[in-house]
Design a protein around this ligand. Sequence first.
Ligand code: HEC
Ligand code: HEC
Length: 223
Amino acid sequence: MSNKAARNLFIFGSLFFFVIFLGLTYDTMGKLDGRAPEITEQINAGKMVWHKYDCIGCHTIFGNGSYFAPDLTKTTLNKPKSYLRQFLMDPKSANPNASMPKLGIRAEEADDLIAFLDWTSKVDTNGWPPKPILAAAGGVAGKELTEGQKVYQSHGCSACHTINGIGGTTGPDLTRVGAKHDRAWLVGHFKDPAAFVKNSAMPKVEAPETDIEKLTDYMLTLK
Ligand code: HEC
Ligand code: HEC
C-alpha cells in the first residue's frame, strides 16, 4: 500500500467510526429520560433517610456500596411493602432470623425509604447490577453441581465465603475447610454458629437435616 492510500484509509476509517459513535450516543441520550420515573418529594426524603442511617455501610444499591448485606436496587419487586415497613422499623419482628440491627427508623422514615426503594426498583438499569455467576459461586464453573453445592448456592453462602477465589470475604475462605473441621463440628456449627465460635457473625443455617448433611459432605471435600 502506498503512503497516500494508508493515509486515506486512516482518515476515512476514523471518520466512519466517529460518525457511528455520534449516532449511538445520540440514540442513548434520547432514551435516558424514559429510563427512570419522576422523582417526587417523598422519594427525595427517602434518599435522605438512606444517608442518615448509612444503609450503604452494609448494602449496595445500583451495585455501589458494601458487600455485607444484599443489594437493594430491586427490593420492592420481590418484597411486599407492608413486610418491608415492619422489617425496616424492627427487622426481627418481621423475620426472627434477621441479622440486620434495629436502627431506630420511625414509621414515616420507613415510608419515605420504601418510596425511594420503589423508585430504584422501577429504574431501567439494563440488568445492572449483574447477578453473581451462580455456577462459579459454587466453586465449580462449567461442571454439573453436586447436591451439596446446590445447597451452598441456594443459601447464598458465597455472599460471605470464598471457595477457590470466588465469593465474599465477610466470613473465612472455605477452600480448605474440610481439613480444618470434622463432621460433628460442621453440623453443629451450621445449626448454631455462636455455640461453636463466640460472637459468630454467621447466621444459623435454617435447612432440613438432609440439606445440612449434603452441605457437610461438600465441606469435607474441600481440602
Ligand atoms: C449493620 C449492617 C446493616 C445496615 C446498616 C443496614 N442493613 Fe439492611 N440488612 C442487613 C443484613 C445483614 C440483611 C440481610 C437479612 C438479615 O439477615 O437481616 C439486611 C436486609 C435488608 C432488607 C431485606 C429484608 C428482606 O427480608 O429481604 C432491606 C429492605 C434492608 N436491609 C434495608 C435497609 C435499609 C433501608 C437500611 C438503612 C436504613 C439498612 N438496611 C441498613 C444489614 C444492614
Ligand atoms: C452473613 C455472612 C455469612 C453467611 C451468609 C454464611 N456464613 Fe459461614 N461464616 C461467617 C463468619 C463471619 C464465620 C466466622 C465465624 C464462625 O466460624 O462462626 C463463618 C464461618 C463458617 C465456617 C467455619 C470456617 C472456619 O474456617 O472455621 C463454615 C464451614 C461456614 N461458615 C460455612 C458456611 C456455609 C456452608 C454457609 C451457607 C449455608 C455460610 N457459612 C453462610 C459468615 C457467614
